[in-house]
Design a protein around this ligand. Structure first.
Ligand code: SAH
Ligand code: MG
Length: 220
């Protein structure tokens, strides 16, 4: 029988194709461009999601009819702007960031996008501060994109605080290619995250460059 995963070895996307489809489907207006370019301009790590993943987050939020969402890992606010747009005018996003400089840049970018009243940046370690927003749940969508060694913890929080039918999304689910490393405690945490997510959510791992886990919360 054919290996059902074998076609993943093919790489049909050339740089030219990606430029063409991103320009057509995931282009940036002024606010998105400013947030996307902020990390490099401000000397921050440029580790925001790609344009097509950002657009996917926006459309998944809209498709799910999500109104209340949580993001772990704000950086300069690029994915937060995408998500908040997908939530629509009634939506609210709580986004967690432990680097105060990143939070300040994100606050400016999000305000410039006209989303300052819908997006709350929660400063501090997400592991310590997630409990502060539980009162606003249950949530329709949780997006993980911060410290990879604690995805297992964040995934458990999401299982407890996402409504049945709500979405779990997690960037870097291949852990930069290190997911199966045997002697790496962060890789082990990421594998636990995958396994526990599959138990609480209907899951798929979308083969973006570093894997985007998508889960729909099971009823039980
Ligand atoms: N989601 C953003 C990119 C996030 S990069 C985008 O696509 O636009 C990861 C961010 O998580 C960094 O800004 C980093 O400072 C932050 N971070 C790392 N560990 C954290 C923690 N324990 N709590 C809160 N934020 C954390
Ligand atoms: Mg990421």
């Amino acid at each position: 029988m054919a290996d059902p995963s074998s076609r993943r070895g093919h790489r049909y996307a050339t740089p030219e194709i990606l430029r063409y489809v991103d320009a057509l489907h995931a282009s940036h207006d002024g606010a998105l461009a400013a947030a996307f370019e902020a990390p490099e301009r401000e000397g921050m790590p440029a580790i925001q999601v790609g344009a097509s993943e950002g657009r996917l987050l926006e459309l998944l939020a809209r498709l799910a009819g999500a109104r209340r969402a949580v993001e772990v890992g704000t950086l300069a606010g690029y994915s937060a702007i995408r998500l908040a747009r997908g939530l629509g005018p009634e939506g609210r996003l709580w986004t967690f960031e432990n680097d105060l400089r990143h939070a300040a840049v994100a606050r400016a970018r999000i305000a410039a996008a006209g989303l300052g009243d819908r997006v709350e940046i929660v400063e501090g370690d997400a592991a310590a501060r997630l409990s502060d927003v539980v009162q606003h749940g249950p949530f329709d969508l949780v997006f993980l994109d911060a410290d990879k060694g604690r995805y297992d913890l964040y995934g458990r929080w999401a299982a407890a605080n996402v409504r049945p039918g709500g979405l779990l999304l997690a960037d870097n689910s291949y852990f930069f290619g290190r997911l199966l490393e045997p002697d790496d405690s962060d890789a082990a945490a990421m594998r636990r995250f995958h396994e526990e997510a599959a138990a609480s959510f209907e899951t798929a791992c979308v083969p973006t460059p570093d894997g985007l886990l998508l889960g729909v919360r099971r009823a039980g």
